[in-house]
Design a protein. Structure first.
Length: 144
């Protein structure tokens, strides 16, 4: 017999669909308004609604909720989808500035918030495609 886990998913801990939508809405509002996010904001279309909907769908599944993004678009292949955009440490940090501020404004357990920030950092750092130098098969290192 398969038993459901009593441990809530991150999707549930963030507030389900409404919590994810609130996070994504705030993330893009910060990106749109904060001078600290200028470089990544100009990589996006003037109207952020399509990007907002895609991030909502991705985060829903990534956080353990409905796999909306996969159902509509297939495997995310995040790094591959972001290769057309020059993403270095500055762009990573600007994205994280927006996400961290949006997370800080949510009523979340502090330990869970920090856990999410760590997970978002890993994903954002994986998106970098600038300032890296290959040093062997499948490896990379910062350039000086």
């Amino acid at each position: 017999m398969i038993q459901e886990s009593d441990t809530p998913t991150p999707y549930e801990l963030i507030g389900g669909e409404e919590g994810v939508r609130r996070l994504v809405r705030r993330f893009y509002r910060i990106m749109d308004e904060a001078p600290e996010a200028w470089d990544i904001r100009r990589m996006h279309a003037e109207d952020l609604s399509q990007a907002e909907e895609k991030l909502f769908k991705f985060l829903s599944g990534w956080l353990g909720g409905p796999p909306l993004y996969v159902q509509e678009y297939g495997h995310p292949m995040l790094r591959r989808r972001h290769l057309p955009f020059p993403i270095g440490e500055r762009e990573r940090d600007q994205w994280l500035f927006c996400m961290n501020q949006a997370l800080d404004e949510m009523d979340l357990d502090p330990a869970f918030r920090e856990q999410l920030k760590g997970q978002f950092w890993r994903v954002a750092d994986h998106m970098r495609n600038q300032g890296l130098q290959a040093i062997g098969p499948g490896a990379s290192q910062e350039t000086t």
